[in-house]
Ligand binder design. Structure first.
Ligand SMILES: Cc1cc2nc3c(=O)[nH]c(=O)nc-3n(C[C@H](O)[C@H](O)[C@H](O)COP(=O)(O)OP(=O)(O)OC[C@H]3O[C@@H](n4cnc5c(N)ncnc54)[C@H](O)[C@@H]3O)c2cc1C
Length: 349
């Protein structure tokens, strides 16, 4: 038998087989959906516009400190999510961070954490460890921003910002609902469905990260400010991990009211005002060695859709924390929505 000719070293690699499913978004929902689809034997390709994994479960390194600038912690109530979290705890991806958080108000001072609250989990390496974990073994193309999703040849076509087009029989869109609606604007839908989706709203959040290399760590992991007009939350972020000499790091979250009012203001003014507000709770908060900030237009699903995922046309599913189905969005809601997104695509055709 004649052996096949040796491959030229310059021959291009064989093209990857076309995916069975394109998943837009490598956040918790998209990665969970892609994993469930892969486990059901479908070839899933995740398209992610950013360079990171995990979406709003986000971490960045600032002045040598790992800082969670998006989701701060998560809870696990549903048995399916709890089983997943058990694996994360076993492997050190996550740990119990707190049993609850105290609250502070100008009028009433400090109140202890509610007794018997669910454990709050965090990740020693940062919340984006969840995205990295969920993405293991999955095909993810980063830096791939989808600009339109449309029907094509009995399946679906996703157009990317660079002009390239990807096709697959099925598509899952996990961008926040207003952005998802923009992507699928050309798709014909059952009457009434669009109204339900347009009713899904998210609270925005202006987040401040601030480093205090020489300050003592606060006595609490995080504190809620339920009555404050501007500031909703202060975390002692370094409390989640070995800070590696980076010292104390605070993460402040502005209220939705403050963020809506000041969204387009110069960030430096917002940072200064929020640090001033925090100094009522942490006297040295106004004297950081460094600061950073992040503006989240879609932070938390305020009015999620009652379904966990929606299939407006055969082979097209919308999912994400905006489809919380009653669990109130968040990381757990995104995970459950990702599972729900995979279900009709693995059973119906
Ligand atoms: C400041 C803040 C604090 C929070 N605090 C908590 C908390 O303490 N506890 C908690 O449980 N939850 C918290 N959350 C909410 C939690 O982060 C989200 O509910 C959850 O991460 C949402 O996951 P998702 O996969 O639905 O969406 P996302 O995480 O938004 O993932 C969507 C992904 O799609 C990508 N994408 C979007 N558009 C496109 C496109 N056109 N093309 C390609 N890719 C695209 C995005 O880049 C992103 O990676 C917080 C969020 C924020 C912002």
């Amino acid at each position: 038998m004649t052996p096949p000719p040796p491959r030229s070293p310059t021959a291009p690699p064989a093209p990857a087989p076309p995916p069975d499913v394109l998943v837009i978004g490598a956040g918790i929902a998209g990665l969970t959906a892609a994993r469930a689809l892969s486990r059901a034997g479908l070839a899933a390709l995740v398209l992610e516009k950013s360079r990171g994994l995990g979406g709003r479960a986000a971490t960045r390194t600032v002045h040598g400190a790992r800082v969670d600038h998006g989701a701060q912690f998560f809870t696990a109530r549903d048995p399916r999510f709890r089983a997943e979290v058990d694996g994360w705890l076993r492997d050190g991806v996550a740990r119990v961070w707190a049993d609850g958080f105290p609250s502070w108000s100008a009028a009433g001072g400090w109140h202890d954490a509610e007794p018997g609250a669910n454990p709050r989990y965090a990740c020693p390496d940062g919340m984006n460890a969840l995205g990295k974990r969920l993405a293991e073994g999955l095909a993810v193309t980063r830096g791939a921003r989808a600009v339109a999703v449309r029907p094509a040849d009995g399946g679906w076509e996703v157009e990317l910002e660079d002009g390239t087009r990807r096709r697959a029989p099925r598509v899952v869109v996990t961008a926040p609902v207003p952005q998802a609606l923009e992507l699928v604007r050309g798709v014909e839908w059952p009457a009434g469905m669009r109204d339900g989706l347009e009713a899904v709203t998210y609270a925005p959040c202006f987040a401040v990260m601030a480093g205090y290399p020489d300050a003592p760590a606060p006595a609490w992991p995080g504190v809620r400010l339920p009555d404050h007009p501007d500031l909703a939350w202060i975390a002692s972020d370094g409390d989640k991990r070995d800070a590696g000499g980076a010292g104390t790091v605070l993460v402040l979250h502005a209220t939705p009211t403050f963020t809506r009012r000041r969204f387009d203001d110069p960030p430096a003014a917002n940072v200064a005002d929020l640090l001033r507000a925090a100094s009522a709770v942490v006297p040295w908060a106004e004297r950081p060695a460094w600061t950073d900030h992040q503006r989240w237009r879609y932070a938390l699903a305020e009015a999620p859709h009652p379904e966990r995922a929606l299939q407006p046309a055969p082979g097209l599913v919308l999912a994400g924390d905006g489809f919380a189905g009653g669990v109130g969005g968040r990381i757990e809601g995104a995970y459950l929505s990702g599972l729900a997104a995979a279900s009709p695509l693995t059973h119906s055709d």
